[in-house]
Design a protein around this ligand. Structure first.
Ligand code: CP
Ligand code: NVA
Length: 304
């Protein structure tokens, strides 16, 4: 049987996400009760990082240990990965000594090439194009607070980056709407997301209008990892795309605010919003671990 990977959000069906969300709930409850849950006893996760991380590393490493397995951290700096060994060769070798691989890298094509040569499931821990594990956790968090996301509206304010692209994939799989507002020159890439005729997408020039009646308002850094050279130009271009109290006010009365973190208070979001009563960012961050535990268990053992 072909090995399953989680490289993009759309790699899984709606029924699979429904299973993962209810499984994450069960796994989170066990964690809160200090109940031992070791379905992945003796299994090994390899985590490859070509970019920095706090949450992704911690949530995968702690999560794998809590599932009874172990996690090995590799980075580009002190492995052969940064010295030109072909991705395909690395995949052949790494996947012979492990049960599961998580990769954070630059182009999506790198992780696709790795997966094509891997004997074990590969998970996308963020690429330039997508961040599916984060959206898995975000939607699990939304469900915890507000119930099903189907039919709801998510407002995306800011850069058309990996998070935004993944929200749009999720909207198609789980049937909700995304209002996107980006500054001129930073619009969605039609090679990555369906823009024209997409019933799940509405594009707004004005970020306030994007937030109107939204059930979830979310944003992300103006400059993603790998794009640091553009930082100065972006600070100027994005000045009006800062989520503030006015935007939260025009959203639905019970709207929640999310941010994948790390955040820059005073840039993409005001301190008042991210530290305010509608913000669920700490639960969102914690849920990375619970959701990914469900994901790892599912990739290795299927439905339990
Ligand atoms: N949200 C997220 O992926 O955080 P890290 O970059 O800290 O892993
Ligand atoms: N868009 C951000 C997300 C960080 C978790 C980046 O790619 O740097």
């Amino acid at each position: 049987m072909a090995v399953r990977h989680f490289l993009q959000f759309k790699d899984f069906s709606r029924a699979e996400f429904e299973y993962l969300f209810q499984r994450a709930r069960v796994i989170k409850d066990k964690f809160k009760r200090y109940e031992t849950h070791h379905p992945l006893f003796d299994r090994t996760l390899v985590m490859i990082f070509e970019k920095a991380s706090t949450r992704t590393r911690l949530s995968f490493e702690a999560g794998m240990q809590q599932l009874g397995g172990s996690a090995i951290y590799l980075n580009t700096r002190d492995s052969q990965l940064g010295r030109g060994e072909p991705v395909e060769d690395s995949a052949e070798v790494i996947s012979r000594m492990s049960d599961l691989v998580m990769i954070r890298t630059f182009e999506q094509s790198i992780i696709e090439r790795f997966a094509a040569h891997s004997r074990v499931p590969v998970i996308n821990g963020l690429t330039n194009e997508y961040h599916p594990c984060q959206i898995l956790a975000d939607i699990f968090t939304f469900i915890e607070y507000r119930g099903a996301i189907e039919g709801k509206t998510v407002a995306w304010v800011g850069d058309s980056n990996n998070m935004c692209n993944t929200w749009l994939q999720a909207a198609e799989v789980l049937n909700f709407k995304v209002h996107v507002s980006t500054p001129p020159g930073y619009e969605l890439d039609p090679h990555l997301v369906k823009v024209a005729g997409n019933p799940h997408l509405q594009v707004f020039a004005d970020p306030m209008e994007a937030c109107r009646d939204a059930h979830l308002v979310t944003t992300d850094v103006w400059t993603s990892m790998g794009f640091e050279a553009e930082n100065e130009a972006r600070i100027k271009a994005f000045a009006d795309w800062r989520v503030d109290a006015e935007m939260m006010k025009i959203a639905a009365p019970d709207a929640v605010f999310m941010h994948c973190l790390p955040a820059h208070r005073g840039e993409e979001v005001t301190a008042e919003v991210i530290d305010g009563p509608q913000s669920v960012v700490w639960d969102e961050a914690e849920n990375r671990m619970h959701a990914q535990k469900a994901l790892m268990e599912y990739l290795l053992l299927g439905k339990l």
